[in-house]
Design a protein around this ligand. Structure first.
Ligand SMILES: Cc1cc2nc3c(=O)[nH]c(=O)nc-3n(C[C@H](O)[C@H](O)[C@H](O)COP(=O)(O)OP(=O)(O)OC[C@H]3O[C@@H](n4cnc5c(N)ncnc54)[C@H](O)[C@@H]3O)c2cc1C
Length: 395
């Protein structure tokens, strides 16, 4: 394992860095939101600035760098992709549209030629937004128990049911979803994977505000929604296995590690400036910052472990769970430390001292809470590490 760039990767990093310096100007609403987490800006309205930037990425085939060239990607290796992601996240620049790394590979591997022709090019141009209709009020961690029904009627499916926590549904043109097509089959075997236009009659999207008063996810209701059978991906009742598709995207989660490092650096600068202004923070809080810095180094190393494994042809499993769990819990600890260190003044919306250091502790804290739930809760990640990683018996 080596953590320094090879000459080829160093030269590639130089190319990306020069591109970013020339084309991405920091500042504006995207940066404000990015303060709350690596993905906080993902579901906002796309500004001209962001769209222009995505157009430039698309022109280089960098929106889906790992996709095969024949589908419009850049055929990038895991390490090249990692370097690209690292540099974009270091600069705070958007990388692509949410969900494309989920729906794109699924269409590529299981879609018909018509489905590929319809859906892949707009994804690659960053033109279309998708949302993921998997979770339901009674089915999250145990997703295979989902109850939304799709009943065949001639050339259509008729869908009835409800999805929840659907990120970006209020801005999406399409949803990829799983619905139950055979209620009598064992739960993993009666599910089909469907592509649904969000404009289909019978779909209602209701906002769910998160605890930071932001609107990123929704409830989505289906009432006799008709979707052509040709919108099904893969075979009927095999949707569970279609949904499990991944390509060899790098899974290092480096964005989270970089975001944590930047947050700790801001906090350290704030603390130094406070000391210089004869307002030192307490010794206990200094120690807390040190702990966060060490933990940030750990999560960055976990990202490196994952990308190294992938580059060597391995498939990270417990490692990805460790990185997700530790990184999302760390984000909460960092936000808590920000609140401790900034104290009462950190709770003021317009505290100039805190703001001038790019800190917004209360918002940051409220915004990071969902990270330990989304994409597999900490308990589920711990279960994976216990069983697949340590061979422990199921609890
Ligand atoms: C910010 C955010 C964005 C999201 N975006 C989307 C989206 O776009 N599309 C989508 O489909 N879903 C989305 N989700 C939903 C997410 O996938 C689910 O919230 C998650 O899978 C947990 O499911 P649940 O909420 O039903 O909780 P439950 O599964 O009911 O879990 C409740 C609690 O029980 C624990 N638990 C459950 N099972 C076990 C077990 N076997 N062992 C130990 N503990 C267990 C959990 O860890 C949790 O603490 C999003 C969630 C969040 C927070």
């Amino acid at each position: 394992m080596r953590f320094t760039d090879t000459p080829e990767l160093a030269s590639w990093r130089g190319v990306v860095r020069a591109f970013v310096a020339e084309n991405w100007k920091p500042g504006g609403p995207h940066d404000e939101l990015a303060m709350h987490g690596p993905n906080a800006a993902a579901y906002e309205e796309i500004t001209d600035k962001t769209q222009n930037w995505l157009d430039k990425l698309a022109a280089n085939s960098w929106i889906a760098p790992a996709w095969p060239k024949k589908y419009g990607g850049a055929d990038m290796s895991v390490l090249e992709q990692f370097v690209l992601n690292q540099e974009l996240h270091e600069a705070g620049a958007p990388t692509s549209r949410p969900m494309m790394n989920l729906v794109g590979p699924t269409v590529m591997l299981h879609g018909t030629d018509d489905q590929k022709a319809e859906h892949l090019p707009p994804l690659l141009r960053g033109e279309v937004r998708w949302c993921q209709g998997f979770s339901e009020p009674g089915s999250g961690s145990d997703l295979a128990s989902l109850q939304t029904r799709a009943v065949r009627d001639g050339d259509d499916y008729v869908i009835n049911g409800q999805k929840i926590w659907t990120s970006g549904a209020h801005r999406a043109q399409w949803m990829f979803m799983m619905a139950r097509t055979d209620p009598s089959a064992p739960k993993h075997r009666g599910i089909s994977y469907l592509l649904v236009p969000m404009t289909a009659p019978g779909i209602t999207v209701r906002p769910l505000m998160n605890m930071a008063d932001g609107h990123s996810f929704n409830e989505v209701f289906f009432e006799d929604v008709r979707v052509p059978v040709r919108n099904r991906i893969g075979e009927e009742n095999r949707g569970w296995y279609v949904g499990a598709t991944t390509l060899d995207f790098e899974r290092s989660n480096i964005s989270r590690a970089i975001h944590s490092r930047k947050s700790v650096a801001k906090l350290a600068r704030f603390t130094r400036d406070r000391a210089a202004a004869r307002h030192p923070v307490s010794a206990a809080h200094r120690m807390e910052i040190v702990d966060r810095a060490i933990e940030t180094a750990v999560v960055e190393q976990l990202s490196f472990v994952i990308v190294s494994m992938q580059a060597a042809g391995g498939v990270p499993n417990k490692e990805a769970s460790m990185c997700k769990m530790f990184g999302s819990e760390l984000a909460q600890r960092i936000a808590l430390t920000e609140m401790h260190v900034t104290g009462m003044s950190g709770q003021l919306r317009e505290s100039s001292l805190v703001k001038s250091h790019g800190l917004n502790p209360t918002m940051a804290y409220l915004s990071v809470i969902p990270q330990t739930i989304a994409a597999g809760s900490s308990e589920i990640q711990r279960n994976i590490i216990a069983t697949r990683g340590l061979g422990l018996p199921r609890g």
